[in-house]
Design a protein. Structure first.
Length: 398
């Protein structure tokens, strides 16, 4: 079983690396760096602007810590065929599953370290910075996260253990809140002991039960489907389609396109954007995230950088829309100039990016009501046609 895990892990990592290279390309990494720097700058200004120790600080820190506990799912790397071929070995899978739990803890461990360091300035606001508080919080969060992963492992033996995850999140919130309002170190120690006790109970529960292989395979399939849907936003994933769904409330936008020969490509691309699950959902999510990021920007020029960065990110992710109908044979015999495809894509993406730029600009104006915020809105709108016609249109394959 150890050899089986190692073989599957190498194959899984090789497959994930192939997609990650396409997702985190040079352009996306550049945008992420700009966004990360902007958020750090905004967060530092926000913390420095807190006077005294407001009553909301402790609940917010506790809520952030508790909300990160469920992040990270157990990766068993099971496949549907295991229901037949591994069923006789189900009683010998404990070593395999323990290795799966150790591998699955990598992401929660990184998240807990990052979150604990990030909330430390909030924990010490209005007082002296104390490194011991951060260390205690890291130990507490890692212990609770490990207990959460152990509960996930136990739930494929005993399904009712899934409900314990809710109690872990609630308990972490109470422990952190109680510690920040009283004496953190002993309360955190109590939380570590309780989380360790839950982990110990999971071992006893697994020893008394049999592995539910069908449930484990179903959960692993759902986990991988979630990952591949994320990859599908950036590149094509074989066997995974975003799906198509008619949105009646958006039909008026499709009807805005005049039914003439010159608008053939525009009509197809508008329908493809509004009715596809991947492109429409991508636009909505990026606009919402962009508005949140803009709201966190304390200055107009930082809001302008965020606006420009999200315009580039959304425009780049819409590049595959231009070739969406390339494999439809009828598009190759249309009596329409092929050059109109690029023109239609350029016009459609310009409209989408202008809508995003206006929404992000209005968010900046509401958050920082000054004249320069209006300038950020104007400059953001000017940047869109320059980006689309000067760079993105050239990236479209003929």
């Amino acid at each position: 079983m150890d050899k089986l895990w190692q073989t599957r892990l190498r194959r899984h990592q090789k497959n994930q690396a192939k997609y990650l290279q396409r997702v985190f390309n040079d352009h996306f990494v550049l945008v992420l760096l700009v966004m990360f720097g902007a958020l750090l700058y905004a967060y530092s200004n926000f913390v420095r602007g807190i006077v005294g120790r407001p009553i909301w600080v402790s609940p917010v820190v506790a809520l952030i810590c508790a909300a990160t506990i469920p992040l990270g799912r157990l990766a068993t790397l099971f496949v549907p065929a295991d229901a037949t071929f591994l069923l006789p070995q189900a009683g010998k899978m404990r070593g395999y599953l323990n290795q799966a739990r150790r591998y699955s803890m990598m992401l929660p461990a990184v998240v807990q370290l990052a979150v604990s360091i990030a909330v430390w300035p909030l924990m010490t606001v209005g007082g002296n910075p104390n490194v011991a508080l951060m260390v205690a919080l890291i130990i507490l969060q890692l212990t609770v996260a490990y207990a959460n992963m152990s509960v996930q492992l136990t739930s494929i033996f005993v399904p009712r253990w899934s409900r314990v995850r809710v109690w872990l999140v609630a308990g972490d919130f109470v422990i952190v809140l109680l510690g920040l309002t009283t004496w953190f170190l002993p309360v955190a120690l109590l939380g570590v002991i309780l989380a360790a006790g839950v982990t110990y109970r999971t071992v006893a529960a697994r020893n008394r039960a049999q592995l539910d292989l069908l449930t484990a395979i179903k959960r692993e399939g759902a986990r991988m489907a979630t990952i591949y849907r994320f990859y599908n936003l950036f590149t094509d994933v074989p066997g995974l389609g975003g799906g198509v769904r008619r949105r009646l409330y958006l039909d008026f936008l499709v009807n805005k396109v005049r039914p003439v020969q010159g608008n053939t490509w525009m009509y197809l691309l508008v329908r493809g954007l509004l009715r596809s699950q991947e492109y429409f959902g991508l636009c909505v999510r990026l606009i919402i995230v962009g508005m949140i990021a803009t709201w966190l920007c304390p200055t107009w020029w930082l809001a302008l950088l965020v606006n420009a960065g999200f315009s580039y990110l959304l425009g780049y992710q819409l590049l595959p829309l231009a070739t969406r109908y390339r494999d439809v044979v009828f598009t190759h015999i249309y009596p329409v100039d092929p050059a109109l495809r690029k023109q239609a894509w350029s016009k459609l993406v310009t409209i989408v990016l202008l809508v995003q730029a206006v929404l992000l600009g209005l968010t900046a104006i509401v958050h920082v009501p000054e004249l320069m915020s209006a300038a950020a809105l104007l400059l953001g709108c000017i940047f869109v046609p320059v980006l689309v016609r000067g760079y993105l249109t050239r990236r479209i394959a003929d």
